[in-house]
Design a protein around this ligand. Structure first.
Ligand SMILES: [Cu+2]
Length: 127
């Protein structure tokens, strides 16, 4: 009797383990995916990603970008020459868009509410 119970418990553990393994095999975790996810630009403490980084893209190859406001104040994301304007983003709001250009060049991005501190460059390289 005791042996049967131990056997049932063991089989249960094995079954759960196999189901878990199959689940992992058919639904690999998103972290291991090599798909291109684009750039996440976080507006926080009146900066973009802490350093207002240069953003690189190539001619005729749109680069996905998501601008996320992590501040309590509003921000926006504007690139005049690429016709990008997020409008005001409130706290925790995001603005998915793409950097796309048919010509190489350097384009300024900025927040219209904090243009002194929130400003950087987008560099479109020839492809
Ligand atoms: Cu701002």
């Amino acid at each position: 009797m005791l042996n049967n119970i131990i056997a049932i418990i063991a089989i249960s553990f094995i079954t759960v383990g196999v189901i878990w393994a199959i689940g992992n095999f058919t639904h690999p975790s998103k972290g291991s995916s090599s798909a291109h996810k684009g750039i996440l630009l976080i507006a926080q403490d009146n900066l973009f990603n802490g350093t207002n980084p240069k953003i690189f893209a190539s001619v005729n190859k749109p680069e996905k970008i998501d601008v996320l406001n992590k501040d309590f104040v509003r921000h926006d994301f504007i690139v005049d020459k690429l016709n990008i304007n997020s409008a005001y983003l409130s706290s925790d709001q995001d603005f998915p868009t793409a950097i796309a250009s048919t010509k190489p060049g350097t384009f300024e991005y900025y927040c219209s509410l904090h243009p002194m501190t929130m400003r950087g460059e987008i560099i479109i390289r020839p492809s």
